[in-house]
Design a protein around this ligand. Sequence first.
Ligand code: HPA
Length: 272
Amino acid sequence: MSEDARKAAALIEERAPGRKPTIGLVLGSGLGGLGDQVEDPVAFSFAELPGFPQPTVEGHAGRLILGTLSGVEVACLQGRVHLYEGHPATTVQPLIRTLKLLGCETLVLTNAAGALDLDAKPGQLMLLTDHINGQGTNPLLGKNDDSFGPRFPAMTGAYSPVLRERMKTVAAEQGVTLREGVYMALLGPTFETPAEIRMCQAMGANAVGMSTVPEVIVARHCGMQCAAVSVLTNMGAGLADEELSHDQTLEFAQKASASLQELIKGFIGTFA
Ligand code: HPA
């Protein structure tokens, strides 16, 4: 696993010499458009990179793109893997560790999620303050690679308070409503039952989705600072009179993508 990350990073450094990304980006369902705005891009398909899986979901391209965004060198994972595709959770290790080995100290993640707060509106953005891993698995299962991080990594401050303040400042400057809250990751691929949505609410979550938590765990393990924003594409099952579907997720992710992209670009620009 960690050998894959070393091989992938070496291959990328050989084929894209001189690139020194400092920010990694993981783009969620219907939110990959930011990857297309990377300037002076060098792209690698996941198929070329050792240990990188092929994503299977519509709306996920599966490319690692190096280039510049808002004047900052970035490495962007366009298309992520989800555990519901059948990959073991450890599959996420090489993706995130490759970004780390390329020089990324910060990881910015986006996702689509269902809202659990009754005053939320589909299309709004939510900054993650914390997460609940409800996936029943962990990407660090198995032998620990001490060269990346400790066997028992702390998860306090997983979503960097410093980066959160920065994101909130940028949102305020842009006049974008940015909710805040706890993201609960479930395995999927089913959307939740209304009873499960009530469970998530009772556990203290403000949004529910099927991603992000594995990547953040691997990133925190190797000492990266994380910031994550959800697009609330729908109300959680049973909270509104609507049938949930992936089409709806993509539609609302698309609608919110302009403001999310501006927010992320503005945030990245603060590192220039
Ligand atoms: N549940 C889980 N994942 C999601 C949802 C949801 O309601 N909306 C978008 N991703």
